[in-house]
Design a protein around this ligand. Sequence first.
Ligand SMILES: [Fe+2]
Length: 427
Amino acid sequence: MSSKIHYESGLGNYISTEVVKNTLPLGQNSPQKVAHGLYAEQINGSAFTAPRARNLRSWMYRILPSAVHSEFKPYKHSSWQSFPINDQQSPLQLRWDPFPFPKIDVNLIDSVTTYCGNGNLKMNVGCAVHMYSCNESMKDYFSNADGQMLFVPQEGALLLATEMGQLEVSPNEIAVIPRGIKFKAELLGKNARGYICENYGSPFQLPELGPIGANGLANARDFKIPTAWFEDTKKTVRWITKFGGNFWSSELKQSPLNVVGWHGNYYPYKYNLNDFNTIGSISFDHPDPSIFTVLTSPSVDTGTANIDFVIFPPRWLVGENTFRPPYYHRNYMSEFMGLIHGEYDAKKEGFLPGGASLHNRMSGHGPDAITFENASAENLKPQKIENTMAFMFESQYPFDVTPSPLNSGLLQKNYLSCWKDLKPQYK
Ligand SMILES: [Fe+2]
């Protein structure tokens, strides 16, 4: 999709951007009088004292500071759940049909429906996994104090207008809005559907590359960061914020997207999954899918993520004497999967774009019977997997499933039967 929006690039870069010339103060952050009659406001995405490499903050120069708003009133959201919840975890493998498009007019935030989650948002641990499906642009503004939001659009492009600028994000791209940043989502088509990971833990970052070297997987330069943009609307608007698992609304006398210039390293960003430099085996065996990690939210347990965002992009399969689809698996980590388009190479049928599956900790999963049969017999020539993009939210904490997706009618009652034709072949 062509776009007139200008972006900066390079995840982790320090960005300075202004709409009006000479907005950003030189040599200091908080002068006695800010240029153009603006207010200076810092937003900290980490503790002041976080190590320099993980310290996130930006300075905004805005028409009004964020403290200016009316009293909060509770806002009812019936389908967005926060964790922990009291429901029992199950080891059963689960799979869902595609999340439907809405039958009523609904915007993105109101359409958010929680599938599963883990951890504890008040302890900054874990995440929630949601789906959205909407047909209206947001009129209200929204921010989330409980976590950062990773959007994985599956259908329909979005324009995410944020305090720090605009991001246009289409299916096969992802966008991340940091904790606390206000935004509204406009639809660029008739409908929009996709997945959201609400990350309560450490902000997503690029994974370490180890012996892969200095380049590869998602390269920092391919991430796009919005440049300053603002709206100076004087009409009263509503701002909805999620805080402590509850929703609150408040009135503002003008749009909160009133930042004329900003500088810092705390910002939203987007990334095109086609830019992923996919690395895999050129000898034998299917590599562990950690090789496909785009972003990771680390935990204090080294190498054991709070949440990883992993993709299964187009790639060449050349392994010799190798069962090429994903191997059969039980995992310490718990795996929520979605499909953006195409077919996932472990499942011949049943796993569809807009659908989902969940394989919780130590639950057996892997190719369905027909995929096993075909892959065990195929002539192993180099083969390209094309026209597909599946992804996984993988967490060290088992997922609790909320009642709604268990009772929605989308849950596939016969998912286990995809493995029932696997028979003992031992001789
Ligand atoms: Fe797995």
